[in-house]
Ligand binder design. Structure first.
Ligand SMILES: C[S@@+](CC[C@H](N)C(=O)[O-])C[C@H]1O[C@@H](n2cnc3c(N)ncnc32)[C@H](O)[C@@H]1O
Length: 249
């Protein structure tokens, strides 16, 4: 597959027609958990895409990731799916220089924002993917290679007719379980109670995972989890927050 222009966000039209066709076909094999918003990029974010993406971004490809080669060292690998503007990821990566972090997000301005934060904090342990995390997990991540997968405040898709768009589905949870190392952890948080209940029921049914909560319910908010933009928004709206942790058997 030809590489997208490394200086431009990998929008569907930033890859060759053949590659875009293949990517599109792959995308349409499952219902997407997101809608690509037209969101405007600031000048600083455009610069980040031009200057920082070539160093920190992982271009589209069908090759499996070789995390040791990507980071230049062997270290535990943590994925954050749907990092938004990347605030939590930057805080985690700064607090854990001994871990390698890969952030996945489909919204190019959010990626630009994270690139800028990585530059400002001089982080060497973050790499970024701008693509559908479901596709990336399926095609680019070898089984039993992740130490943690973080899914913080995924879009709740509250309307019943949209529930099929929720990223947390039995097939997604089984996919994540396969990609985690034994003892690896899937951590989720949401401020939408019906989604929390759906996450709990879905993960509990996955044979490869066991709930870290002794009572089979939710876990305490981990002190290590930074506050995210969506969590702050939820707090302003008076929402509760539910944290979940499931361990790969
Ligand atoms: C509600 S926002 C939460 C963002 C961030 N985690 C936070 O707490 O502030 C959900 C994010 O997930 C991203 N997203 C949804 N589905 C995705 C997917 N399949 N792959 C990558 N990102 C996805 C969306 O673009 C959006 O930025």
């Amino acid at each position: 597959m030809s590489k997208p222009d490394a200086t431009a966000p990998p929008a569907e039209n930033a890859v060759s027609p053949a590659a875009a066709g293949a990517a599109d076909a792959a995308h349409h094999r499952h219902i997407r958990s997101f809608v690509v918003r037209a969101g405007r990029m600031t000048q600083a974010q455009e610069r980040a895409w031009r200057e920082l993406w070539p160093r920190l971004g992982l271009d589209r490809s069908d090759q499996l990731f070789d995390f040791g080669a990507l980071f230049g060292r062997e270290a535990p690998v943590v994925f954050e799916v749907g990092f938004g503007n990347g605030e939590a990821l930057v805080a985690l990566a700064a607090a854990h220089p001994e871990r390698n972090f890969v952030g996945l997000e489909v919204h190019p301005p959010g990626v630009g924002h994270l690139l800028l934060q990585c530059e400002a904090a001089r982080l060497a342990n973050v790499r970024i993917v701008c693509d559908d995390a479901v596709e990336v997990l399926q095609r680019r991540v070898a089984d039993a290679t992740l130490d943690e997968l973080l899914l913080y405040f995924p879009d709740p898709w509250p309307k019943k007719r949209h529930h099929k768009r929720r990223i947390v589905q039995p097939a997604f949870v089984a996919l994540v379980a396969r990609k985690l190392k034994p003892g690896g952890v899937l951590r989720m948080a949401t401020d939408w109670q019906p989604y929390a209940e759906h996450m709990l029921a879905t993960a509990a049914q996955c044979a490869g995972l066991v709930n870290a909560a002794a009572d089979g319910q939710y876990v305490e908010r981990p002190a290590s989890r930074p506050l995210t933009r969506f969590e702050r928004r939820g707090q302003r709206l008076g929402h509760g927050v539910w944290d979940l942790a499931f361990i790969r058997r």
